[in-house]
Design a protein around this ligand. Structure first.
Ligand SMILES: [Zn+2]
Length: 174
Protein backbone atom coordinates (compact mmCIF):
# COMPACT_ATOMS: atom_id res chain seq x y z
CA UNK A 1 0.00 0.00 0.00
CA UNK A 2 1.31 3.35 -1.00
CA UNK A 3 0.30 6.96 -0.79
CA UNK A 4 0.40 8.20 -4.36
CA UNK A 5 0.87 11.71 -5.69
CA UNK A 6 -2.41 13.48 -6.44
CA UNK A 7 -2.55 15.25 -9.78
CA UNK A 8 -3.75 18.83 -9.66
CA UNK A 9 -5.51 21.09 -12.11
CA UNK A 10 -4.58 21.98 -14.85
CA UNK A 11 -2.95 18.56 -15.36
CA UNK A 12 -4.43 17.25 -18.65
CA UNK A 13 -4.69 13.70 -17.25
CA UNK A 14 -7.58 14.91 -15.08
CA UNK A 15 -9.51 15.62 -18.30
CA UNK A 16 -9.43 12.12 -19.79
CA UNK A 17 -12.55 9.96 -19.77
CA UNK A 18 -11.63 6.91 -17.69
CA UNK A 19 -12.01 3.36 -19.03
CA UNK A 20 -14.36 0.77 -17.52
CA UNK A 21 -12.73 -1.84 -15.28
CA UNK A 22 -12.91 -5.29 -16.90
CA UNK A 23 -10.43 -7.24 -14.77
CA UNK A 24 -11.30 -7.87 -11.15
CA UNK A 25 -8.14 -9.23 -9.58
CA UNK A 26 -5.20 -8.45 -7.32
CA UNK A 27 -4.14 -5.47 -9.44
CA UNK A 28 -7.48 -3.77 -8.90
CA UNK A 29 -7.31 -4.56 -5.16
CA UNK A 30 -3.85 -2.97 -5.04
CA UNK A 31 -5.06 0.12 -6.86
CA UNK A 32 -7.99 0.51 -4.43
CA UNK A 33 -5.68 0.05 -1.41
CA UNK A 34 -3.38 2.78 -2.74
CA UNK A 35 -6.35 5.04 -3.45
CA UNK A 36 -7.68 4.59 0.10
CA UNK A 37 -4.23 5.30 1.61
CA UNK A 38 -3.88 8.37 -0.57
CA UNK A 39 -7.36 9.65 0.32
CA UNK A 40 -6.89 9.16 4.09
CA UNK A 41 -3.42 10.72 4.01
CA UNK A 42 -4.58 13.83 2.13
CA UNK A 43 -7.04 13.84 4.01
CA UNK A 44 -10.10 13.76 1.79
CA UNK A 45 -13.59 12.23 1.70
CA UNK A 46 -13.30 10.83 -1.80
CA UNK A 47 -10.80 10.01 -4.53
CA UNK A 48 -11.17 8.90 -8.13
CA UNK A 49 -8.49 6.82 -9.92
CA UNK A 50 -7.77 9.54 -12.55
CA UNK A 51 -6.62 11.80 -9.69
CA UNK A 52 -3.60 9.52 -9.22
CA UNK A 53 -3.11 9.19 -12.97
CA UNK A 54 -4.92 5.87 -13.44
CA UNK A 55 -7.53 6.10 -16.19
CA UNK A 56 -9.99 3.57 -14.77
CA UNK A 57 -13.55 3.95 -13.47
CA UNK A 58 -12.81 3.43 -9.78
CA UNK A 59 -13.82 5.64 -6.85
CA UNK A 60 -13.22 5.42 -3.10
CA UNK A 61 -15.32 7.38 -0.61
CA UNK A 62 -15.37 7.71 3.17
CA UNK A 63 -17.48 10.50 4.59
CA UNK A 64 -17.35 9.15 8.17
CA UNK A 65 -16.05 11.72 10.66
CA UNK A 66 -12.55 10.70 11.79
CA UNK A 67 -13.55 10.08 15.41
CA UNK A 68 -16.18 7.57 14.30
CA UNK A 69 -13.69 5.29 12.57
CA UNK A 70 -13.58 4.28 8.94
CA UNK A 71 -16.24 3.19 6.52
CA UNK A 72 -14.62 2.84 3.12
CA UNK A 73 -16.88 2.60 0.11
CA UNK A 74 -15.40 1.27 -3.11
CA UNK A 75 -17.29 1.91 -6.32
CA UNK A 76 -16.09 0.20 -9.48
CA UNK A 77 -17.74 1.28 -12.74
CA UNK A 78 -20.29 3.46 -10.88
CA UNK A 79 -23.35 4.86 -12.61
CA UNK A 80 -25.70 7.54 -11.31
CA UNK A 81 -29.43 7.07 -11.91
CA UNK A 82 -32.69 8.78 -10.98
CA UNK A 83 -31.36 12.15 -9.79
CA UNK A 84 -33.92 13.98 -7.65
CA UNK A 85 -34.04 17.48 -6.20
CA UNK A 86 -31.27 20.04 -5.96
CA UNK A 87 -28.93 21.22 -3.23
CA UNK A 88 -26.35 23.99 -3.42
CA UNK A 89 -23.41 23.49 -1.08
CA UNK A 90 -19.70 24.18 -0.82
CA UNK A 91 -17.28 21.79 -2.48
CA UNK A 92 -13.55 21.44 -2.66
CA UNK A 93 -11.29 18.97 -4.41
CA UNK A 94 -7.88 17.48 -3.68
CA UNK A 95 -7.02 18.20 -7.33
CA UNK A 96 -8.08 21.86 -7.20
CA UNK A 97 -5.70 23.56 -4.78
CA UNK A 98 -6.64 26.37 -2.45
CA UNK A 99 -10.22 26.77 -3.53
CA UNK A 100 -13.78 25.89 -2.69
CA UNK A 101 -17.06 27.03 -4.21
CA UNK A 102 -20.77 26.45 -4.12
CA UNK A 103 -21.99 23.81 -6.57
CA UNK A 104 -25.49 22.63 -7.42
CA UNK A 105 -25.97 18.86 -7.20
CA UNK A 106 -28.87 16.43 -7.15
CA UNK A 107 -30.14 15.92 -3.59
CA UNK A 108 -30.81 12.24 -4.04
CA UNK A 109 -29.47 9.66 -6.49
CA UNK A 110 -29.43 5.95 -7.06
CA UNK A 111 -26.01 4.45 -7.65
CA UNK A 112 -25.20 1.23 -9.43
CA UNK A 113 -21.65 -0.08 -9.16
CA UNK A 114 -19.54 -3.20 -8.83
CA UNK A 115 -17.40 -4.30 -5.89
CA UNK A 116 -13.78 -5.49 -5.99
CA UNK A 117 -14.93 -8.94 -7.11
CA UNK A 118 -17.11 -7.54 -9.87
CA UNK A 119 -20.39 -8.20 -8.07
CA UNK A 120 -23.01 -5.58 -8.90
CA UNK A 121 -24.72 -3.65 -6.11
CA UNK A 122 -26.85 -0.54 -5.84
CA UNK A 123 -27.86 1.94 -3.17
CA UNK A 124 -29.57 5.27 -2.68
CA UNK A 125 -27.45 8.25 -1.61
CA UNK A 126 -28.73 11.53 -0.23
CA UNK A 127 -27.41 14.98 0.59
CA UNK A 128 -23.68 15.11 1.42
CA UNK A 129 -23.03 11.48 0.47
CA UNK A 130 -24.88 12.00 -2.83
CA UNK A 131 -22.78 15.11 -3.45
CA UNK A 132 -19.50 13.26 -2.92
CA UNK A 133 -20.56 10.42 -5.24
CA UNK A 134 -21.53 12.93 -7.97
CA UNK A 135 -18.25 14.80 -7.55
CA UNK A 136 -16.17 11.61 -7.80
CA UNK A 137 -18.10 10.16 -10.75
CA UNK A 138 -17.54 13.49 -12.53
CA UNK A 139 -13.79 12.84 -12.23
CA UNK A 140 -14.26 9.60 -14.21
CA UNK A 141 -15.63 11.68 -17.07
CA UNK A 142 -12.85 14.27 -16.89
CA UNK A 143 -15.11 16.83 -15.21
CA UNK A 144 -13.99 19.00 -12.29
CA UNK A 145 -16.34 20.89 -10.00
CA UNK A 146 -14.90 24.17 -11.23
CA UNK A 147 -16.55 23.32 -14.57
CA UNK A 148 -19.87 23.66 -12.74
CA UNK A 149 -19.37 27.19 -11.33
CA UNK A 150 -19.95 30.55 -13.00
CA UNK A 151 -17.50 31.85 -15.60
CA UNK A 152 -16.67 34.82 -13.41
CA UNK A 153 -15.78 32.68 -10.40
CA UNK A 154 -13.87 30.34 -12.65
CA UNK A 155 -11.75 33.12 -14.14
CA UNK A 156 -11.08 34.53 -10.67
CA UNK A 157 -9.81 31.12 -9.62
CA UNK A 158 -7.64 30.81 -12.74
CA UNK A 159 -6.01 34.14 -11.85
CA UNK A 160 -5.47 33.13 -8.24
CA UNK A 161 -4.02 29.77 -9.30
CA UNK A 162 -1.59 31.39 -11.75
CA UNK A 163 -0.30 33.56 -8.93
CA UNK A 164 0.05 30.57 -6.57
CA UNK A 165 1.89 28.52 -9.20
CA UNK A 166 4.20 31.47 -9.96
CA UNK A 167 5.04 31.82 -6.28
CA UNK A 168 5.63 28.07 -5.93
CA UNK A 169 7.96 28.18 -8.90
CA UNK A 170 9.87 31.09 -7.43
CA UNK A 171 10.18 29.33 -4.05
CA UNK A 172 11.32 26.14 -5.76
CA UNK A 173 14.02 27.82 -7.85
CA UNK A 174 15.52 29.64 -4.90
ZN1 LIG B 1 -12.32 16.02 -6.70
Amino acid sequence: MTVRAILTYPDPRLRKKAQPVREFGPELARLVADMADTMYAAPGVGLAAPQIGVSLRVVVIDITPKEEGRDLKVLVNPRILDPEGEIIDTEGCLSVIEYSAKVKRAAKIRVEAQDLEGRPFSFVAEEWFARVVQHEVDHLDGILYIDRISRLKRSMYEKKLKKILREQERAGSR
